[in-house]
Design a protein around this ligand. Structure first.
Ligand code: RB5
Length: 143
């Protein structure tokens, strides 16, 4: 399992901790984010992660910015991406079980790291339910 992770300046701290969490679970991590607190533009990092997920360079992605919305909006411009914003453990489960999100997005300025870590672990451990949810996912692309 290989996971790509990206972040802007608001997500550096969470990114570093999540990389440690993932590596402790034996997951290979590719870092597409910024590593300093200097102000940057989230689309530059979101597009790099989205391309890596779409091409299969990584299996899944995690994206972090202040609200999560800049990352989610940018990532979801890519046809092969289903990026889901999660701010509670239960949403981390549902965004995989129902939406099969291949990128998890976290709002670093609005949740404590403990919640972020629970969300990441829950999203990883929850299987996609398929069935009626697959039918709905099939209807997402614009015609
Ligand atoms: C950066 O200040 C902030 O705008 C960004 O992290 C994110 O919240 C944008 O959606």
């Amino acid at each position: 399992m290989k996971i790509g992770i990206c972040n802007d300046h608001a997500g550096v701290d969470f990114k570093e901790k999540i990389i440690r969490l993932l590596k402790a679970r034996g997951i290979e991590v590719v870092n597409f984010g910024t590593d300093t607190l200097a102000s940057v533009d989230y689309p530059d990092y979101a597009h790099a992660l989205a391309s890596a997920v779409e091409s299969g360079k990584v299996d899944l992605g995690i994206a972090i910015c202040g609200t999560g919305n800049g990352m989610a909006i940018t990532l979801n411009k890519h046809a092969g991406i289903r990026a889901g914003l999660a701010w509670a453990k239960e949403i981390g489960a549902l965004v995989k079980a129902h939406n099969n999100a291949n990128v998890l997005v976290l709002p670093a300025r609005f949740i404590p790291y403990r919640t972020a870590s629970l969300i990441v672990r829950t999203w990883l451990d929850t299987p996609f339910e398929g069935g009626r949810h697959q039918k709905r996912i099939d209807k997402i692309p614009c015609k």
